[in-house]
Design a protein around this ligand. Sequence first.
Ligand code: SAM
Length: 376
Amino acid sequence: NYTVSFQSLSPGSPITSVVSGLTTHKLSKGLCKEGFSGARYCILYSYTFDARGISILALEEKHEYLWQRLALWASNPYLAHMPSSAMSRPSFAEVDVLGKGKGLAALRVIFPGEIVLAERPLILIDAQLKSEYSPQDIISLRRELSASLPQESHEYFMQLSGWHEHADPVDSRFDSNSFNINLGGEDTFHGLFPAVARLNHDCRPNLEYNWSEDTATMTLHAARRIEKDEELTISYVRGDFSSHQRQSRLKSTWGFDCACSLCSLPSYLQEESDNRLVILNDSLRMLDSNRLLPADKPAIAERLVHLVEMERLYTLLPESYAYAARAYAEIEDKHTALKYTTLAIEHGLRILGAEWKSWRELVELEEKLLKPNGRT
Ligand SMILES: C[S@@+](CC[C@H](N)C(=O)[O-])C[C@H]1O[C@@H](n2cnc3c(N)ncnc32)[C@H](O)[C@@H]1O
């Protein structure tokens, strides 16, 4: 139920009330600026959204769609808030971590699959912006955007880390802390999630993040059991990259030398891990290629599962089980196919949540396998 007419929101217009679900939000339109292509990008902001506000910089005609996506989930019970505001029973707290600045640590044991944190963006920027304005204009737009947040949120944003020493302070905070997300089909945005922004990197993290376009929420699940006081981490780069690729990406984009559990191993063990990653990626390529005979697929899928387990790449585990399930179903080994289907569904829902793309396909496979005399 939206009572606002988006066309009528002109820059600097008086605040307009919008009813979404049970919540009344006050929306305002800020600065608008025409890009090189003639497209008009405008700031839309609300001081009341999720109790900490939101600032969006996007094509004017996309404002209504974006707002509907965000407002629909205003009553999501899992929503996290900034550490300074009321959050019923967080399982983590902000801490100082030696050599990494601030971070988040578990206040209690967190079990595999638990939702640790789920939040919507504080700032959203259309990724097209880069091609529409000069670097100087982008800096001013980003500054204007962060200044449109409520005072407390703006201060919180400015306390986030921004490692690029010589860059603009607002710009470097965006660059160090934002995620690329899809919102509105193919449209890419840079989203800043304030609590998630405090998570440090580990090449073998204990949390997995998932962006849901449907609920406009970033959700973090525990990828394994996490002990009390353990630091919570995500991986900023793909875990199946080689150690060299991971370390150089982390240095160039986030400015640090990775000293995580994997990168601190003696070099001969890192080489072992890199070798396993090469075979792991080859196995994935082969299974995707359609060039394998059905009889050869189970062994390759088993090898994939084994390597993923050895490499502690928990997020790849559900998809690896799924490959094994499909491979065994194809050769009509129902018993083993069912074992892997169950493992895939259980791990997938636990770690990746209901947004996991293979979930429904596997449930159908399981149903077929369970039919007496049913063929796969
Ligand atoms: C998204 S922020 C994470 C939170 C940040 N530590 C803070 O104090 O707000 C990314 C920055 O944290 C630091 N960082 C993250 N992971 C790290 C790691 N594994 N080792 C050292 N520094 C790390 C780097 O300075 C990086 O640019």
